[in-house]
Design a binder for this molecule. Structure first.
Ligand SMILES: Cc1cc2nc3c(=O)[nH]c(=O)nc-3n(C[C@H](O)[C@H](O)[C@H](O)COP(=O)(O)OP(=O)(O)OC[C@H]3O[C@@H](n4cnc5c(N)ncnc54)[C@H](O)[C@@H]3O)c2cc1C
Length: 389
């Protein structure tokens, strides 16, 4: 098979890029290892910046997002004693929208056939070849038979563990990483949220986040040492811990219910440079990971797709090679700012095992400063709502 762009991975980044390219008349094929149900079964991000909301609108794929997404004007930071509300709408004139990654992925998946976007699911042993030349190709195995797709470009949207990043030679690869000494234990339940906006809490027993996926579906998190096992956390134990960490007011409004999903995810900050090598571009988690504090992962994947889509359209329309050459620097400039924001919010809202009284005073001083300074709140708000692309 021959195409213009072979996209590896049908997560949100791969499907979104596929739609962006098809909307511009560029041929592409998305190659995914898993089944559609498996991809939709992953419970992940839920807070959308205006960037991805705008992309879905421009693609004409935002009917459900507009009908079911919950616009949020702000969010809250709690430190055990007080609640600091960051009024994102008043400070930036923008909102974020709560709409699950699963729903975005479903919208992109459902529209694929009608938009002539071919997605191959169940592709085993995906491998990239000749990425340094101008005739790269992808091989994979489908139903036991070897397959090959020739393309002008390959875009790796295959997440942190996919083969694309590994195809870039070690001699040019640079890795930047911070692994955190805790993970987030998340619980998803069909119960109304305890608050209409998110609450990030830094309690002496640890971090907690009250979040939601819809008006009837709540997503809560607590941080736990990496040695914890999910089997040791009954739903009751999670709800009890959340009630303590989120404080009495939120606890009084919290509706408990059986978990639909419960898991522990490790936290990591990671950036891979460069995000382009030869004819291979990387987008989303294939190139970088942020801790979920601040909800940047999915949104960063979307801004990469925006830059990659723009560069590829220019290349195919006008033969503009500079746009592809500039992709890595352009995308990384925004990636690093989001990495900074997620890392700083993680540092502010978690108790690290090695932290002593000094670090705790620093957290309290920073929270005090945020509570009293419009400038500090504006800085947080503009990062939270998403820096411009
Ligand atoms: C447990 C968890 C919780 C998260 N919570 C949040 C959150 O609350 N807020 C937030 O903003 N972000 C969150 N994230 C991050 C967010 O989900 C990711 O940033 C987002 O999924 C990135 O999209 P992506 O398309 O780049 O990668 P993925 O969603 O990882 O998609 C990659 C795709 O590539 C496919 N693939 C992998 N290997 C191969 C292969 N060999 N061949 C073919 N296909 C392959 C995968 O099956 C997958 O479908 C969370 C992530 C995790 C893991």
């Amino acid at each position: 098979m021959k195409t213009q762009v072979a996209i590896i991975g049908a997560g949100p980044a791969g499907l979104l890029l596929g739609h962006v390219l098809r909307a511009e008349g560029i041929d592409c094929v998305v190659i995914e290892r898993q089944t559609p149900d498996y991809v939709l079964g992953r419970i992940r991000a839920g807070v959308l910046e205006q960037g991805i909301v705008g992309m879905m609108a421009r693609l004409g794929l935002d009917d459900r997002l507009k009908a079911e997404g919950l616009p949020h004007d702000g969010f809250n930071l709690a430190d055990g004693e007080r609640l600091i509300r960051i009024d994102v709408a008043a400070l930036t004139g923008q909102q974020v929208v709560v709409y699950g990654q699963t729903e975005i992925t479903r919208d992109l998946m459902d529209a694929a056939a009608a938009r002539d976007l071919e997605v191959i699911y169940g592709a085993d042993d995906v491998a990239l070849h000749d990425i340094e030349g101008d005739a790269p190709f992808v091989t994979y195995v489908a139903h036991g038979k070897p397959q090959r797709i020739d393309a002008r470009f390959i875009v790796g949207c295959d997440g942190f563990h996919g083969p694309s990043r590994q195809a870039i030679p070690a001699s040019v690869a640079r890795h930047f990483e911070r692994v955190y000494p805790f993970g987030w234990l998340g619980i998803l339940a069909e119960v109304p949220p305890c608050n209409h906006e998110l609450i990030y809490a830094n309690h002496e027993r640890g971090f907690a986040l009250a979040s939601m996926r819809s008006a009837t579906r709540s997503r809560y998190y607590i941080d736990v040492p990496l040695s914890e096992r999910i089997e040791d956390w009954s739903d009751d134990r999670v709800w009890d811990e959340l009630a303590i960490r989120l404080g009495p007011e939120a606890a009084a409004r919290m509706t408990r219910g059986p978990s639909i999903e419960k898991s522990i995810a490790p936290l990591r900050s990671y950036v891979f440079e460069p995000m382009r090598h030869g004819s291979l571009l990387l987008c989303g988690d294939a190139a970088h990971i942020v801790p979920p504090t601040g909800a940047k992962g999915l949104n960063l994947a979307a801004s990469d797709v925006h830059y990659a889509g723009e560069a590829l359209v220019r290349w195919f329309r006008a033969g503009d090679g500079d746009s592809v050459a500039d992709y890595s620097d352009k995308a990384l400039a925004r990636v690093w700012k989001s990495e900074r924001f997620s890392w700083s919010l993680t540092k502010l809202m978690h108790r690290f095992p090695d932290d002593g009284p000094f670090e705790r005073r620093m957290q309290l001083a920073e929270l005090d400063y945020i509570a009293s300074s419009v400038a500090a709140q504006t800085s947080i708000a503009e990062n939270y709502v998403g820096l411009p692309v």
